[in-house]
Design a protein around this ligand. Structure first.
Ligand code: NOJ
Length: 569
C-alpha cells in the first residue's frame, strides 16, 4: 500500500457545480435565467453540499454563442442583471461558504467588442493587431483551416478587403496573443475580477491561444479528420506555455484560487505538463477523450456520427487518465456540461432504469481521483430532449451543422435530427426543472428554449421530497468525499478489464481500500472478486439498491445498473 506524497489542496477536495445562467432560474419573467434567479437558489446548492460554483459567462454579449462571445469583459449581460447583482451574488455565496469560479473566454471576443469594432475599421487602426487578419490567397481564404462550428475558419471583411480568423462562429474573432498589448489587457481584466473577490477561472479552450507562425495550410491526408484541418497548428501551439506562464506569473500566482483549463485534444503528457504542481500553469483540466467514446473516428460528420460505445473502451480511457496523472498532475471528473448531452441518456437508461442508472453513473464518477463537476440538473437526473424539428433548436453549433449538411449538402434531415437528439448541446440547455408548474418553475414568461416535457416527473421539488431520489444520493456522495480522504487521494486500479457490463475498480490509500462496483447494463451479471483483493473488515459506504451489509462480496449477482462502494481494511 502506498501513501501519496502530493500536497493537500482545497480544490482537490472540492465538488464543483456548474451553472449555465441562461437556463438556471429566471427571476423577472423575461424567459431568460439571471443572476437574481441564481441568488434565489443558493440555499438549494448549499443543501446539495457543493463547495464551488462555476458560472458560464455572464459578461456583456450579443449571444451568438450564449455568452461565449463577449463584447465587454467587465460588465454583466443585460438579460442577466447588473454588476451590483453580481456583487450581491458573490457576497451571498461567500456567506454560505461557497466559492465562485468565473468563465474566462480569451481565445476570442465577440465581433461587437469595441476592440474588434476598431480593428476592422482600417489596416492602421491601433487595434488592428488585436486580431488575426490576413489577405486572401488567390481570391480565397488565407488557408484551409476549418471552424469548430462548420465551414472555413476565415471571414472576409469588406472594409479592408482582408479575412479574420475565427476558430468558432464568425461572430467570435480570435484574439492575437502574439500582441503584448492583448495579453496585458487580458491580464488586467483578470486581476480586476480577482480583486473583486472571485475564487478562480474556468478557462475556455485555453490550449488554442497560440497559432503556428505563418498560419500554413494544413496537410490533409484524411479530409474527414477534423484535427487535420488546422488542429495541428493551433492545439497546444508553440507559444502556449509562454503565454500561460506569463499569466501565472503576472496574475494567477498572486491569489489562492482554482483554475481549470478546457483543453481539447490533449494527451496525458500534455495534462501533466499543464497541471503538475512544480511548474504547471493550471490546477486541473477538462480533457475530452471519454466524451468521444461514442463518435466514429474520421467520419465526415465528426462528433455527429454516433457509434455504439463499448464499456471496455471507456475503461481504457478512464483508467489511462486515472493511472498516468496519479501523483503527477490533477484532473477534473465530468460527464456533463453545457456542451454535452445528458449523461443518463447517453451512458445510462433514461427510461426503465432512470433513477438507478443516474445514481450508478454518479457513483462511478465521484469515486475516482479528480475534482468532480456536477452540471445543473444532473443531480436530479435530467435527460436529453427530442424536439420535433430544427426550429426548436437555439444553439449556433446545431444550426450551423443543419445549414451546412442538410441545407447545403443534402444529408437526410431525419438522420441529422436524430444525431441532434443524441448529441446536440441544447440537450443540456433546456431550462432547469424546479417543479411541476408550467415551464417547470423556471420562468413565469416564455422560456428562450422549451422546457423538457418530462419536467412533471423529473424536478427539484419532487427530488427534495423523495429520500431515495438522485438528488439525495448526490448529496451523500459529496458528503462521503469529505469524510474519506481515500476518495480524494487514493491510487486507482482497474479490475475486470475485459468485462463489457461491470466496471469495477479499487482505490488504495495507506491501509485502506475502496472497492467500487458498478453495473453498466440492464442485465444481472455476476461480479467475482479478484483473489488479490484481500481484507479483514468491510463497510458498505453507499449503494443504489438495498443491500444486506453482511452479504459476502466474493461473488455478487448485480441488479440492473447496480452500484456499490465498500471500504475495506
Ligand atoms: C467551449 C465552450 O464550452 C463552448 O460552449 C463554446 O461554444 C466554445 N468554447 C467557444 O467559446
Amino acid at each position: 500500500m502506498e501513501s501519496i506524497p502530493k500536497t493537500k489542496q482545497w480544490w482537490k477536495e472540492a465538488v464543483v457545480y456548474q451553472i449555465y445562467p441562461r437556463s438556471f432560474k429566471d427571476s423577472n419573467g423575461d424567459g431568460i435565467g439571471d443572476l437574481r434567479g441564481i441568488i434565489e437558489k443558493l440555499d438549494y446548492l448549499q443543501e446539495l453540499g457543493v463547495d464551488v460554483v462555476w458560472l458560464s459567462p455572464v459578461y456583456k454579449s450579443p449571444n451568438d454563442d450564449n455568452g461565449y462571445d463577449i463584447s465587454d469583459y467587465q460588465d454583466i449581460m443585460d438579460e442577466f442583471g447588473t454588476l451590483a447583482d453580481w456583487d450581491e451574488l458573490l457576497h451571498e455565496m461567500h456567506a454560505r461558504g461557497m466559492k465562485l469560479v468565473m468563465d474566462l473566454v480569451v481565445n476570442h471576443t465577440s465581433d461587437e467588442h469595441h476592440w474588434f469594432i476598431e480593428s476592422r475599421k482600417s489596416k492602421d487602426n491601433p487595434y488592428r493587431d488585436y486580431y488575426i487578419w490576413r489577405p486572401g490567397k488567390d481570391g480565397k481564404e488565407p488557408n484551409n483551416w476549418q471552424s469548430f462550428f462548420s465551414g472555413s475558419a476565415w471571414q472576409y471583411d469588406e472594409a479592408t478587403g482582408e479575412y479574420y480568423l475565427h476558430l468558432f462562429s464568425k461572430k467570435q474573432p480570435d484574439l492575437n496573443w502574439e500582441n503584448e498589448k492583448v495579453r496585458e489587457e487580458i491580464f488586467n481584466m483578470m486581476t480586476w475580477w480577482l480583486d473583486r473577490g472571485i475564487d478562480g477561472f474556468r478557462m475556455d479552450v485555453i490550449n488554442l491561444l497560440s497559432k503556428v507562425e505563418g498560419l500554413p495550410d494544413a496537410p490533409v491526408t484524411n479530409p474527414n479528420d477534423r484535427y487535420q484541418w488546422g488542429g495541428q497548428y493551433f492545439v497546444n501551439g508553440p507559444k502556449l506555455m509562454d503565454y500561460l506562464r506569463e499569466m501565472k506569473e503576472k496574475v494567477l500566482s498572486k491569489y489562492d484560487i482554482m483554475t481549470v483549463g478546457e483543453t481539447p485534444m490533449v494527451t496525458t503528457d500534455d495534462a501533466i505538463r499543464f497541471t503538475n504542481e512544480q511548474d504547471g500553469v493550471m490546477n486541473m483540466l477538462f480533457q475530452f477523450e471519454h466524451m468521444d467514446v461514442d463518435s466514429k473516428p474520421g467520419s465526415p460528420l465528426g462528433k455527429w456520427d454516433i457509434q455504439p460505445w463499448k464499456l471496455t473502451d471507456l475503461k481504457k480511457i478512464m483508467s489511462k487518465w486515472q493511472v498516468e496523472l496519479h501523483g503527477k498532475g490533477w484532473n477534473s471528473l465530468y460527464l456533463e456540461n453545457h456542451d454535452q448531452p445528458r449523461s443518463v441518456s447517453r451512458f445510462g437508461d433514461d427510461k426503465t432504469y432512470h433513477v438507478e442508472s443516474a445514481k450508478m453513473l454518479a457513483t462511478w464518477l465521484h469515486m475516482m481521483q479528480g475534482t468532480p463537476y456536477i452540471y445543473q440538473g444532473q443531480e436530479i437526473g435530467m435527460t436529453n430532449v427530442s424536439f420535433p424539428s430544427i426550429e426548436y433548436y437555439r444553439d449556433v453549433e446545431t444550426i450551423n451543422l443543419w445549414n451546412d449538411v442538410v441545407v447545403n449538402k443534402g444529408y437526410d434531415p431525419d438522420k441529422i435530427l436524430k444525431a441532434i437528439h443524441y448529441r446536440g448541446r441544447d440537450n443540456a440547455r433546456t431550462p432547469m426543472q424546479w417543479d411541476a408548474t408550467e415551464h417547470a418553475g423556471f420562468t413565469t414568461g416564455t422560456p428562450w428554449i422549451n422546457v423538457n416535457p418530462n419536467y412533471r416527473d423529473i424536478n427539484v421539488e419532487q427530488a427534495l421530497k423523495d429520500e431515495n431520489s438522485v438528488f439525495h444520493y448526490y448529496k451523500k456522495l459529496i458528503r462521503l468525499r469529505k469524510e474519506h480522504p481515500i476518495i480524494v487521494y487514493g491510487s486507482y486500479e482497474l479490475l475486470l478489464e475485459d468485462d463489457e457490463q461491470i466496471y469495477a475498480y479499487v482505490r488504495k490509500f495507506n491501509d485502506e481500500q475502496l472497492l467500487v462496483i458498478t453495473n453498466f447494463s440492464s442485465e444481472q451479471p455476476t461480479f467475482t472478486l479478484p483473489s488479490h483483493i484481500t481484507f479483514t473488515e468491510k463497510q458498505l459506504l453507499i449503494s443504489n439498491y438495498t443491500v444486506d451489509e453482511n452479504e459476502s462480496i466474493d461473488t455478487i449477482v448485480l441488479k440492473p445498473y447496480e452500484a456499490r462502494v465498500y471500504k475495506l481494511k
